[in-house]
Every structure is written in C-alpha cells, then in structure tokens.
Ligand binder design. Structure first.
Ligand code: UN1
Length: 488
C-alpha cells in the first residue's frame, strides 16, 4: 500500500498540553495501518497521570479568559482551522484511511466534514444566544442566558477519528469551554491533525489539550477534580460507567453509545432505491458506524426480490486496500476486531443463522467480506446473537415478516434505539413510525447512517444518555443556564 506524496505522515505521537507539543511520559504507544498491523504509522509515549493533571491545570487556568473572549473571536479561530483542514484534506484523508481502514474517499470526506462542522459552530455567534420570556409581573422580563460549563472532557471512538472529535470540541470551544481531549488509542493521527489545525488557527494555550494513551486515561479524566462535563462516544458498557461516575459527582455526562439499527423494507417500497441505500448503510466504512444498518427487516412478499437486488449490488462491491480508488470497502480497524466478528458470525450460525450472501475479501488479517445472514422467522431469529449484539462490521442480519405491524414490532425488538431506516411510499406509515418507534433518528427512504451538523444527533434506550449532540442540542449540553428576572 502506498501513500501519495501529499500524505506527510507523522512519525512521532506527542501530547499537546498548555499550548506546547510534549513527549508523553507513560508507556510506549504506536498506531498501525488497519490493513497491515506490521506497518507502524507513528509511535510515541502515552500521557502519564501527571500529564493528565497538567492538561487539566492548563484548561482550568485558561477557562476565564477564554470564556470572556467574544464568541465571534472564538468562532473566527474555528473558521481558520476549517480552512487548514480543507487545504490538507487529501493528505489527512489518506492518513485517516490508512489508519482506520475506511476508503480514501471516505477519509477525505470525513476531513471535509470536520471542516464543515467547525464552520457551522463558528456561526453560533450569529444565532440566538438565549430566550426572553414574558413576565406575569408588570415592569419585568425573564431572560434565559447560557454560560460555559467550564472544563470539558472529550473521549472519542476509533471509527470517526476527526468528525466525532470535531462535533464535540467545536461546540465546547465556541460556547466558551476549555477542553481535555482523549482520542481512541487505535486512531490518534487525525486527533493530532485536528489539534494542529486549531493551534495553527491561533487557539490560546491551555484552551484545548490533547492526551493520547490507553482507555484507562478516560478514568483519570472522569476522576479529575477540574472536570465540569464529559462528552463520550463509544460502547454502552463504558458509557454507562462514565454516566454513573458523572452522576455521583453531579457533573453532566453526554454518552453516545451502541446501535443495532434496523432497515425496514415494506411491500410497497421502491426496491432499487432501498437496495442501494441498505448497501450504503450496512457496508460503507466496513459497517463500522454506530448508525450502520445491521438488522434488515423484509416484508415476505418482496424479500426474495430485494435480496436478489442487494446481492447483485454486492457482487460488484470490491473489498481491499482502502487507498485503492477502485475499492468500495476497506478492512476493519484491526485484526482483533476481525477475529471477534468472525467468532460472532460462527456463533450466530451455530444458533441457526444461515449465510444468505458471502462476499469476497483479501484473506485473513483485518479484512472481512460483506456478509448477509438470514435468521429464522419469529422469536428464534430474534434470540440470535447476530440480532442482539452489535458486531460493528459488514454483517447484515435479515428476518422476514408479514406486514407493517410485524415489521415495526421486529424493529423495536432491540435494547438499542439509535437510528432506523424505513422504506415505504406510504406517508401515513412513515408518520406512524415517527410516532411509535423508540429511535433517536428515523430515515424515511434513505440509509440509516449520516448526521448533519445543524440537527440533533443521538439515540434512545441503550444507545444514548444525556442531552443530544449537534445543532441547537449542543448548546444545551455545553452550557448551563441562568434565568434572569429583570426589572428596570
Ligand atoms: C454518521 O452516521 O455519519 O460513532 C455518524 C458513530 C456515530 C456517528 C455516526 N456517533 O458511528
């Protein structure tokens, strides 16, 4: 695998504390190519406990002056950082692709998406900053105003190494908070790039601090006395533990967690459109999105025709080197992930699943072919591992149902409730889904994945906890309100 000359790789992984890049004082850390674990992309040392403390001290010291900086000036820094990411999107996108495994186009797209998110939040300076209410008393108005929370901890997953950090850090900063940021240890390269972009744009020392290292750093962040709020995306287990820790300290925690998202294709659906969108939802980014489609609910009357169309599309879907422009799907993030998913698929088959489609992929390592499993109808299928557990992989589990009611009932049969895609031409069915189904995001006639920066993002049930992310919802999380009874 070769990187174009535009991809100037980092050799050294450093920490960014109080406006300075410093070597970590903890154990050795490395980051490898997703396709080839013997290919080290960068190495360095993890942040030590002492460095976590230094990061918090810096964030605490910078808090007041950053909060006092006009929002327009804070936003201007985000705009400059966005321009830096845009200028470097080709090289940074390739690094992302090499490290995480999504295709080059997806990697470049994600860097541009991060730039778009920064630009969106820069615009907060021009949006409403609070609300004014009528008072029941003469000569009085009631204002609800927003103030920064303080020092925010940001803990992010491997699968969107720059977009998810951007959609937490940009609102945290623009609303006047300072940040201690810990990216997933598997994919630190683009976290470094995002911090580099913001530092290059003139962010004052201490406002954003980067600490790289193992998951245990997350606990050190959660326990730090200067932490005023935490935004986390990752597994439900870790998320719930952090939420409990936050509750016991009385600080807000926002947790975006797992998904087991259904696509429902009803008898009246446009099957060409639905099969294209299910293909994208299930297999883009190697299925490594919390919004990916992993359950497929098909009306029996169209099931065979739909599966034939989807399989036909998959026949020309190429899995391989993510930097090769002819490839549609790269590897999983590492070999460990692939071993665990293969074990999950074997378990599902032992429990009664049959393989409805097995694609091609390079042998072994972190590569995994697109796979469709068909589960037995009724409760037996719904008890299957492939129905219940989040694989985070290009594995789609199908059940057949009769009619809308059964389809909705199957869709609801999950502990998760992040996203769902519904394919129908019947608007009344779409409205019924919106009114009855317990999901945070509902797509009608489009794939289950995707998130625009100006609208709320987050899930129900085991998928989310705390205020939603993005759009106006972000302000609710990154600020606290003061209600002012104002009499002249
Ligand atoms: C998307 O669907 O484009 O971890 C974004 C995740 C989600 C983000 C999904 N928090 O996959």
């Amino acid at each position: 695998m070769t990187l174009s000359t535009s991809a100037h790789l980092l050799a050294q992984l450093d920490q960014y504390i109080n406006g300075v890049w410093v070597q970590g004082e903890g154990g050795t850390i490395t980051t490898q190519s997703a396709s080839d674990s013997t290919r080290v992309l960068a190495s360095g040392n993890a942040a030590s406990a002492d460095q976590i403390d230094q990061a918090f001290q810096a964030a605490e010291a910078a808090r007041k002056s950053w909060a006092a900086t006009p929002m327009a000036a804070r936003g201007a820094i985000l705009v400059k950082a966005a321009a830096y990411l845009q200028e470097n999107s080709a090289g940074f996108g390739e690094q992302l692709s090499a490290e995480e495994g999504k295709t080059r186009a997806e990697g470049v797209g994600e860097v541009l998406r991060a730039a778009q998110i920064l630009t969106y939040y820069a615009g907060e300076a021009e949006r409403a900053a609070g609300t004014v209410y009528q008072s029941p008393r003469a000569g009085e108005q009631i204002m609800v105003t927003h103030k920064p929370l303080g020092v925010i901890g940001v803990i992010t997953p491997f699968n969107f190494p720059i977009a998810i950090p951007a959609w937490k850090i940009a609102p945290a900063l623009v609303f006047g908070n300072t940040v201690v940021f810990k990216p997933a240890s598997l994919v630190p390269l683009l976290a470094v790039r995002l911090v580099e972009a913001l530092a290059h744009a003139g962010l004052p020392a201490g406002v954003l601090n980067l600490v790289i290292g193992p998951g245990s750093l997350g606990d050190a962040i959660m326990e730090h006395e200067h932490l005023d709020g935490l935004s986390f995306t990752g597994s439900t287990g870790v998320g719930r533990r952090l939420c409990a820790a936050g509750a016991s300290r009385g600080i807000p925690v926002q947790a975006e967690m797992g998904g087991k998202n259904a696509s429902v294709v009803l008898a009246d659906a446009d099957l060409d459109l639905a099969s294209e969108q299910v293909l994208f939802g299930a297999f883009r980014s190697t299925g490594q999105k919390c919004t990916a489609t992993s359950r497929l609910i098909l009306d029996e009357s169209i099931a065979d025709e739909f599966l034939a169309k989807l399989s036909g599309r998959l026949d020309s879907w190429v899995t391989g080197d993510p930097l090769d422009p002819s490839v549609h799907m790269g590897p999983l993030v590492d070999t460990k992930a692939a071993v665990s998913v293969r074990a999950g698929v074997d378990k599902a088959i032992a429990e009664g699943a049959t393989v409805a489609y097995a694609g091609k992929a390079p042998n072994g390592g972190s590569f995994m072919a697109p796979t469709i499993l068909e589960l037995p109808a009724g409760q037996a299928g719904r008890a299957n591992t492939a129905w219940r557990e989040e694989f985070f992989a290009p594995v789609l589990s199908v059940v057949r149902v009769n009619g809308t009611e059964e389809a909705f009932e199957a869709a609801e049969d999950s502990e998760f409730g992040l996203s769902m895609a519904l394919f129908t031409r019947d608007l009344s069915v779409a409205l019924a889904a919106q009114q009855t189904l317990d999901v945070g995001i509902l797509h009608v006639n489009s794939e289950s994945a995707g998130a625009d920066p100006h609208v709320p993002f987050g899930g129900a049930k085991a998928s989310g906890y705390g205020p939603k992310e993005q759009g106006a919802a972000a302000r609710e999380f990154y600020t606290h309100t003061t209600t002012v009874y104002l009499r002249g």
